[in-house]
Design a protein around this ligand. Sequence first.
Ligand code: NAD
Length: 350
Amino acid sequence: MTTTRPGRVGLVGCGEVARYGHLPAIVAEPGLELVAVCDVSPEQLAQVSVPDGVARVRTLEEMPDIDALVVTSPAGVHAENVAWAAERGVPVLCEKPLAVDEATSLAMVDRMEAAGVALWVGFTYRFSPVARRIHELVAAGAVGQVRALRMVFLWDLHGVFADREARTGVNGRRVGRMLEGGPLVDCGVHQIDLARWWLDADLAVDHATGVWFDDLDGVDAPEHITAHLSGGGAQVMVEISVAYGHRAPAVPKTFTYEVIGTDGVIRYRRDDRDFLLVDRAGTHDLGWAHEKSFGGMYAELAKALRGEDHQLPSGRDGVAATRAALAATAQAVVGRRRPPLVNEQGPASV
Ligand SMILES: NC(=O)c1ccc[n+]([C@@H]2O[C@H](COP(=O)([O-])OP(=O)(O)OC[C@H]3O[C@@H](n4cnc5c(N)ncnc54)[C@H](O)[C@@H]3O)[C@@H](O)[C@H]2O)c1
């Protein structure tokens, strides 16, 4: 059944990504109405910028009637937020990763399926014109048969936050991202999800290696990881770093996709504003765009709430990407090589 009134949305978790990504996009989408924001922290709740009339609540119990819940709390809290929605029959758009372990993410999907309500995952990259164009081109065979995908995102959670750390005594950005499973689980799930979508295939982990810069209590993940996966006739290499330049404060990020086929290549280099298809006929400029689109995602949520066809990734997509990211991270941990300390190197050869 379709409806024409805007879908009433509540959001839980008023942190970084809610403020720069979700809330502006929900407010800008004519098919949605933001009715409430929720956060356990009164400071976070007070700082968030939302239109007059939007309720600010400290617990989900105080949420007014909504047609969908957007979950942008930390990954460790997603399951309890989703359980609240399942009990009330409210569909959820949940940030990635669904959870920091596979059993919890599967239980979330099962719970929502048993309640008969939708669970979608906020894989924002899928809605960028870049990711959509690559999906169309691969499906149309524009580069022939895809044989390899290279997906690289190198950025830093150290030097850029040094001032904040010196001021507050803690680098909350780094700790938060690492507690969500490290660079592949927190961030590379996007790349793994795109690879699954573009190749229309599930991916198996072949091999993964990691680099440790500093240890962090309670975290068993490298800060720079290279994972090799395969599926759909292609090899997929995903390399993610959150220590690119480490303590140097201003190393430019590297964000690339390369789709390497039997008849050509699609190449996206975000920071060079370069998006090309090179095939047997020559080089074609595909028109650069940003790699994420919160606006595109919320246009799809509006369609879903109107009962129309939409392209939101499912909870099962979220489980599959998280599973691969966790498995690759675990392989990197098992294969950890620690450079020998000076007193472990043995006698010098003569
Ligand atoms: N899609 C993307 O591009 C993208 C980018 C960044 C982060 N994320 C994901 O979004 C989520 C949030 O990340 P962030 O960087 O905004 O984190 P954050 O720590 O900045 O914000 C989380 C917010 O949730 C609140 N919160 C914690 N527990 C809560 C609870 N029980 N009930 C209500 N509110 C609670 C905190 O007070 C905080 O305001 C994570 O899952 C992260 O992986 C996605």
